[in-house]
Ligand binder design. Structure first.
Ligand SMILES: Cc1ncc(COP(=O)(O)O)c(C=O)c1O
Length: 364
């Protein structure tokens, strides 16, 4: 099956084969070596030239675990985090804050609308109790890229901490983490890195990790300083998904061989092809092109075509697309182009899409 959903993604045979490496105990040196390799490769890929200033913490859990770990670990007693919410994943960060009764403060926008950084500047000036700002890099809800550099500049100039959910952004979008002084970035193995779901990570500025050690613990499983202290000793606090880590390590080898910039270009090229051809079939994108990411395009459903019909006809032909979420559920569909997709896969999908549209038109 060709997956055109935003993760899990199709992986290469090389990554799949890595799952079959020998059974090992996570308290042995073999695991410590694997873990340190993953951590170093993450830094090499995402903070090149600033590896000494950052540390990578690896978790067993999906992307949500990494985001929640970053959010929960970022707050000293009595301080708050403000969430920039313009989609389902921004909303999820607010829910994390709410569940832990840490006081939800939001800058909420319609989906598809970006925050004016000056509004954030004003809010931070007015609210000294706000210690951190959380935002989603690539809002998977619509495929919207938020203005990370501009927001990071405001957060930095106001001496606050920036927590970025780049679960669907890392390796798909350019991101200068060190240059923008971003303190924490959450990511996952199972999207643009082209590994399997089940392993995720947080890139943390080392100085901030030291500060977080004195912050209160809001979670037993998701307290980042706990992971950091253990991982610095080659250990890990809880039983990791060892085989998924093997594949993660191999996916990182592939990423570094391809080069992050080349991976981004490959995705961009795929998205451009999809957009050109679906546009020619009359499909209307939800976002203006300047807001669109390199890996997801959301389209309005053509009049009279229900998502389920479109999905099922494409699935019969071997392609999985993705539904809209929330209030857009019955109005849009999404096509992602993350993963080890070939030009042949994309051409096959576009031909299948054309066929489905023709069949539906004939039937209607
Ligand atoms: C931006 C963003 N954040 C967080 C998540 C949550 O990741 P997971 O489903 O792996 O928990 C996703 C998943 O699609 C996402 O796109």
């Amino acid at each position: 099956m060709i997956l055109l959903n935003p993760g899990p993604v199709n992986v290469t045979e090389r990554v799949r084969r890595a799952l079959q490496r020998p059974d090992i105990c996570h308290r042995e040196s073999e695991f410590a070596e694997l873990l340190q390799g993953i951590r170093q490769k993450l830094l090499k890929a995402f903070v090149p030239g600033a590896e000494a200033d950052y540390t990578a913490v690896v978790l067993t859990g999906s992307g949500t675990a990494a985001v929640e770990a970053a959010v929960l670990s970022s707050l000293p007693t009595g301080k708050r985090i403000v969430v920039i919410n313009n989609g389902i994943y921004g909303e999820r960060i607010s829910a994390m804050v709410g569940v832990h009764r840490l006081g939800v403060a939001e800058l909420k926008l319609d989906w598809g609308v970006r925050l004016d950084p000056e509004k954030l500047r004003l809010a931070l000036r007015q609210h000294p109790e706000v210690h951190a700002v959380a935002m989603v890099h690539h809002e998977t809800t619509t495929g919207l890229i938020n203005p990370v550099r501009e927001i990071a500049e405001v957060v930095d100039s106001q001496n606050r901490v920036f927590v970025l959910d780049s679960v669907s952004g890392l390796a798909g979008e350019a991101l200068d983490i060190a240059g923008a002084h971003i303190y924490m970035v959450a990511g996952t193995a199972g999207k643009c890195i082209q590994g399997f779901p089940g392993a995720s990570f947080v890139l943390v500025r080392k100085g901030f990790m030291e500060r977080m050690k004195s912050y209160p613990k809001h979670s037993c499983y998701l307290h980042l300083p706990h992971y950091y202290e253990d991982q610095e000793r080659g250990s890990i606090p809880f039983t990791p998904a060892v085989q998924v880590y093997y594949a993660f390590d191999e996916a990182l080898n592939e990423l570094l061989e391809e080069g992050v910039a080349n991976r981004i270009q490959r995705y961009k090229k795929a998205a451009t092809l999809i957009r050109k051809r679906l546009g020619a079939m009359g499909l209307k994108p939800v976002l203006p092109s300047e807001f669109q990411s390199n890996t997801i395009t959301s389209y309005y459903l053509p009049p009279g075509l229900a998502y389920q019909t479109l999905h099922d006809r494409l699935k019969e032909r071997g392609y999985i697309i993705y539904a809209g979420q929330g209030h857009l559920e019955s109005k849009i569909f999404r096509v992602a182009n993350m993963g080890a997709l070939t030009e042949q896969d994309l051409e096959g999908f576009l031909a299948a899409f054309q066929q489905v549209l023709e069949t539906v038109a004939v039937r209607s």
